[in-house]
Design a binder for this molecule. Structure first.
Ligand code: PGA
Length: 253
């Protein structure tokens, strides 16, 4: 199976900077990434989607927004439409990032609606989950992660259609305390949680899914992290902002 390397640029890069990144990625990394069996996903800030789309069309690299509204269109001033992103060529959508949950009130109800929309558009969700430091200290990591997945599904997304979700369901396990802190989870912590998540997803009936790790992934820890069982790739924030450091992470595979 291809390993997935997803760049979450958060609120960074002008459209021109985003375009330049993609052009450089194509010229420096395309053949290497393809021969290394890597799948690359770029999540730019929404104003930059158009330029990213111009650069990445007719390439194997996919892209998509970091956030969408759960309605397809209408009177929702300031919101972003998944349909419009799809019309720009987006194939993937980031959902439930901890910054959205913590800073912008994202919850299971809105995520459930968003997941359904992504599903109906036949786009691929990259669904983020993860525990806070307090939850980890209380020994609740697996419980919190399962609950984050289950609550969204139980709220009404039909499990069967989730299982059939095409092309697939991508989970991104990101311990909240490891995001942007430089404090990467230990290999044992990643292994334990990914093992739990793999079992949970399999027992829930999911067939076509991947589990990414995210949280302070850098070129120097990527090599060991990618070898952990059930780590199918990474969701990368800070280290994805420069082509060189992003490519170094992809080379870890
Ligand atoms: P980080 O961010 O790599 O900068 O820790 C990861 C993320 O938030 O997706």
């Amino acid at each position: 199976m291809k390993k997935i390397f997803a760049a979450n640029w958060k609120m960074n890069k002008t459209p021109q900077e985003a375009f330049d990144f993609c052009e450089k990625l194509k010229s420096q990394g395309q053949s290497q990434l393809i021969s290394n069996n890597c799948e690359v996903m770029i999540f730019p800030q929404n104003f930059s989607l158009q330029r990213v789309s111009e650069s990445l069309k007719d390439t194997p690299f996919v892209f998509g927004p970091q956030e969408i509204h759960f309605e397809r269109s209408g009177a929702f001033t300031g919101e972003n439409s998944a349909d419009i992103a799809q019309a720009m060529g987006a194939k993937v959508i980031l959902l439930g990032h901890s910054e959205r949950r913590q800073l912008f009130g994202e919850n299971s109800i809105s995520l459930n609606k968003k997941l359904r929309l992504v599903q109906s558009l036949k786009m691929t969700p990259v669904f983020c989950i993860g525990e806070t430091l307090d939850q980890r200290k209380a020994g609740k990591t697996a419980e919190v992660c399962f609950e984050q997945i289950q609550s969204v599904i139980q709220l009404g997304v039909d499990l069967q259609s989730q299982i059939d979700l095409e092309p697939r369901f991508i989970l991104a396990y990101e311990p909240v305390w490891a995001i942007g802190t430089g404090q990467v989870a230990t290999l044992e912590q990643v292994e334990e949680t990914h093992e739990h998540l793999f079992k949970f997803m399999t027992q829930s009936g999911f067939k076509n899914f991947s589990i990414l790790y995210g949280g302070s992934v850098k070129s120097d820890n990527a090599k060991s992290l990618i070898q952990v069982p059930h780590v199918d790739g990474f969701l990368i924030g800070g280290a994805s902002l420069q082509v060189d450091s992003f490519l170094k992470i992809c080379e870890a595979h």
